[in-house]
Design a protein around this ligand. Structure first.
Ligand SMILES: Cc1ncc(COP(=O)(O)O)c(C=O)c1O
Length: 291
């Protein structure tokens, strides 16, 4: 529960649950839970999901669990199964204050080595104020090259394209690089200048009344929020398209968003230092996601 003197909806609470001996166990948030030799820690050898918690629930959990299973398969990691993940989610939610908007991370690591059990755990903490600010006020974004051809990762399974692995050091370094240049976020581009994705988000843009997003064959992570947005847009009769785009396409677009589960659709108000508008489209996009 929020501590005494905290505003409603603001909390420093944190919850941790482990999958241990066939059951979900909640442990004190500051208790050490991993072996120092866990390969998730030592090598970033694992997968994860970040799931939005709203109104005390996880309305979009299924899509995240499906992707977690897919990531585990791509990594040849033994997955404890839907029942285990659901038990961890339930254990975390049981300790959570309903009005607080949360970010739940579900993590699966290779544990202590091949042939030994994998490590599965979940952590839940409040959505940072900065994330809420970016969702509300929009973001300045810089484009940064990833150095791979757009069609390379689909032929290179060792690069783990499309898997949400724990190896996010490059993604975090890109965000720090952006911050040094006065930006909030990043759009990665391929060697030949195609739009790929953000370090923690999917790129969506609107041009001529069509919502566009880059092809998953580029090795980007298939975004669950983008998929939901596109499904709901289609239901509402709004055309969508999977399009290989360039930075010029984004500069010429009516609106650009970085979309992800917790931050939802963050409007890009500045791209590579150039201010840009959203043609009044952001409210509609957020409305589609909020339903
Ligand atoms: C690299 C990357 N792309 C896209 C996304 C967006 O995924 P989702 O909409 O499922 O949150 C994320 C989310 O963390 C991400 O890390």
């Amino acid at each position: 529960m929020p501590g005494v003197g905290q505003a409603e909806g603001v909390s420093d609470e944190r919850v941790v649950a482990l999958w241990r001996d066939g059951g979900a166990v909640v442990v004190p948030a500051d208790e050490p839970v991993l072996s120092a030799f866990d390969l998730g820690l030592v090598r970033g050898d694992g997968v994860f999901e970040t799931v939005a918690v709203t109104g005390g629930g996880t309305p979009h959990l299924d899509a995240h669990l499906a992707r977690l299973e897919r990531s585990a398969r791509l990594m040849e990691l033994a997955d404890p199964g839907r029942g285990a993940w659901q038990a961890l989610v339930d254990a975390l939610l049981a300790r959570w204050s309903t009005p607080v908007e949360g970010a739940m991370r579900l993590l699966l690591t290779r544990g202590l080595g091949v042939g030994l059990p994998t490590t599965a755990l979940g952590v839940l903490s409040p959505v940072p104020a900065e994330t809420v600010r970016q969702r509300t006020e929009g973001i300045a974004v810089v484009t940064l090259g990833l150095g791979v051809p757009a069609d390379f990762r689909s032929t290179a399974p060792w690069l783990l394209g499309g898997a949400k692995t724990l190896s996010y050091a490059v993604n975090m370094a890109a965000l720090r690089h952006a911050a040094v240049h006065g930006a909030d976020d990043v759009i990665f581009t391929s060697l030949e200048g195609q739009i790929l994705e953000g370090p923690t988000s999917t790129v969506v843009w609107s041009a001529d009344g069509v919502l566009h997003t880059p092809p998953p064959e580029t090795g980007i992570l298939p975004g669950t929020t983008m998929a939901r947005l596109f499904a709901r847009a289609a239901e509402a009769g709004r055309p969508t398209a999977v399009t290989p785009g360039t930075v010029d396409d984004l500069q010429a677009a009516d609106a650009v968003w970085l979309v992800s589960g917790v931050r939802a659709a963050a409007t890009v108000h500045t791209l590579d230092g150039v201010p840009r508008g959203d043609a009044g489209l952001s409210a509609g996009v957020r409305g589609l996601l909020a339903r």
